[in-house]
Design a binder for this molecule. Structure first.
Ligand code: BES
Ligand code: ZN
Ligand code: ZN
Length: 514
């Protein structure tokens, strides 16, 4: 999709479809909806007047209405996009609103469209926390570009109904504001492309995206983005004594891939400057191994590499946004298969760090590959670690699909991550991994075991296991099992891979760039 930012009056713009946002001004829960356009333009308000008065359109979040040949406008159609109650308005609502506009245009065969920038002046001041022209522009372009993609690549009856050209239009003349909008727009394009790249990887089936292919696709992206990228396999795992990672990998006919991406800032940072380590779980298919999963729903386990995809996407955005900090990403990719050569419950392996691990369940494989990935990142000089993984079903049970799990061994680092969420619009909920949970992973046989002693608090048991390998290094762990795949259809985004965590990780890293 070709996206442009244009400054001018939306009502005089010739286009097949012009989208404008509307909110519901009603305050009380049971009050009649009072839909109103988010623009001071009298021409636009006049054109929508009848519809707004009719009561047919309530401006609920994700609701749309189309007016053909709207009076006084050059646009062929006016699309009203509801953002919900005014009191609930946030930057993220503009992201969802722009996404809804694109997804309403697609089935109507609209190839070119314009989305009107909200008239923020029309709002009572201080109405929306953190709202700025920059962040609004950024959120809108992100929402639109992410909404454009449908995951029907493998369908032969695929209909090509994409919006080829999008113009965001803002009636703004003040140079300080227009330059902020331009910056937000450019950043949004970069971040959205990175999120879509991550989604495209997650969408691939396990027979296509093997660890080797993940390595190849990552290398191709890095070559294009100007990142250093090394892809290693089985031999390197032996050299580095990554027995935990190898235990998972050895049951598959597909060799593992250890992918290392490095971003160096343009100006060499001070010797004591932080170095960020992004570690991703890249299980391209998780059968559970010898502790095999039930057949029902197993096909979903192709997305068990969504943590890796998040890190790969984040690195693409980082390469383009060029923060002043060094970032290293480590992706541990393997297929978890049952086989004569597969690891077994009861096995004991020594991780790269020297810790011995009793394998209790081969389906708890993600923490094993990450254990070596986290330790390896530390040996590469990382001073701050973040990992993302579709790690536990327990996290899905705890938080559902709206919030992903957030764990950390350091409050300050965690608080940084949580402030990045105001920009990314993603939702993470912090769960505990304090030392009093250490008993969960105590083993009679080895230093630790790879499951909790029972099912209770399973997401925390997994985090406690990873914490052993993060050690004293400030570390954030993201359990994205419930959020990596959109099960439900939403007006603003397609069903399928979500690309969760790319935006938040990028923003977290950038928060350290001065
Ligand atoms: N990949 C799964 C976790 C998962 C579950 C991801 C649902 C996405 C959706 C992980 O490897 C796994 O199987 N974990 C086990 C751990 C258990 C054996 C301790 C689980 O959560 O059941
Ligand atoms: Zn598993
Ligand atoms: Zn898994």
């Amino acid at each position: 999709m070709d996206a442009k930012l244009f400054f001018g009056d939306a009502s005089t713009f010739e286009t097949p479809m012009l989208a404008v946002f509307a909110v519901d001004l009603a305050k009380d829960k049971n009050a009649e909806p009072r839909p109103a356009l988010l623009t001071p333009s009298s021409t636009l308000n006049h054109a929508a007047h009848g519809l707004l008065e009719s009561g047919e359109f309530k401006a609920a979040l994700g609701e749309v209405a189309v007016l053909h040949a709207p009076p006084g406008l050059k646009a062929e159609r006016l699309l009203l996009v509801g953002l919900g109650k005014l009191k609930d308005l946030s930057v993220d609502r503009f992201r969802k609103g722009a996404g809804t506009a694109i997804r309403a245009a697609k089935p109507r065969s609209v190839r070119r469209m314009v989305i009107g920038f909200p008239g923020l002046d029309a709002l009572p001041s201080g109405q929306i926390e953190g709202l700025s022209a920059m962040l609004t522009a950024r959120a809108m372009v992100e929402g639109a570009v992410v909404a454009q993609t449908d995951w029907d690549t493998y369908r032969s009856d695929r209909k090509d109904c994409s919006v080829d050209s999008l113009t965001l239009i803002a009636n703004e003349t003040q140079a300080s504001v227009t330059s902020e909008m331009r910056r937000g727009f450019e950043e949004g394009l970069i971040v959205a492309a990175a999120q879509n790249f991550a989604r495209s990887l997650v969408n691939e089936p396990g027979n296509v995206l093997t660890p080797t292919v993940l390595g190849e696709r990552t290398k191709a992206m890095c070559d294009e983005a100007g990142l250093k990228c090394e892809v290693y396999s089985s031999d390197k795992l032996q050299d580095l004594k990554m027995e935990a990672f190898w235990a998972v990998a050895k049951g598959s006919a597909e060799p593992p891939a250890l992918i290392v991406m490095t971003y160096e800032p343009q100006t060499a940072p001070a010797e004591d400057a932080p170095v960020f380590g992004l570690v991703g779980k890249g299980i391209t298919f998780d059968t559970g191994g010898i502790s095999i999963k039930p057949a029902d729903g197993m096909e979903k386990m192709k997305y068990d590499m969504a943590g890796a995809a998040a890190m790969i996407g984040a690195m693409q955005a980082i390469a383009r946004l060029k923060p002043a900090v060094k970032v290293i990403a480590v992706v541990c990719s393997a297929e978890n298969m049952p086989d004569g050569k597969a690891f077994k419950p009861g096995d004991v392996v020594t991780a790269m760090s020297g810790r011995t691990i009793e394998i209790v369940n081969t389906d708890a494989e993600g923490r094993l590959v990450l254990a070596d990935g986290l330790h390896f990142a530390k040996t590469l000089g990382c001073t701050h670690l973040i990992d993302a993984a579709t790690l536990t079903g327990a996290c899905v049970i705890a938080l559902g699909a709206l919030n992903a799990g957030l764990f950390s061994n350091d409050d300050a680092t965690c608080a940084r991550f949580e402030s990045a969420l105001a920009v990314s619009g993603e939702k993470f909920w912090r769960l505990p991994c304090t030392d009093d949970y250490r008993d969960h992973i105590k083993s009679e046989i080895a230093d630790i075991m790879n499951t909790g002693k029972n099912r209770y608090g399973g997401a925390t048991s997994a985090a406690m296991f990873l914490k052993e390998f993060a050690g004293d290094t400030p570390w954030v762990h993201l359990d994205i099992a419930g959020c990596a795949w959109n099960e439900e259809k939403k007006p603003w985004v397609a069903h399928g891979p979500s690309g969760i965590a790319v935006r938040s990780i990028v923003e977290w890293v950038r928060s350290y760039s001065t």
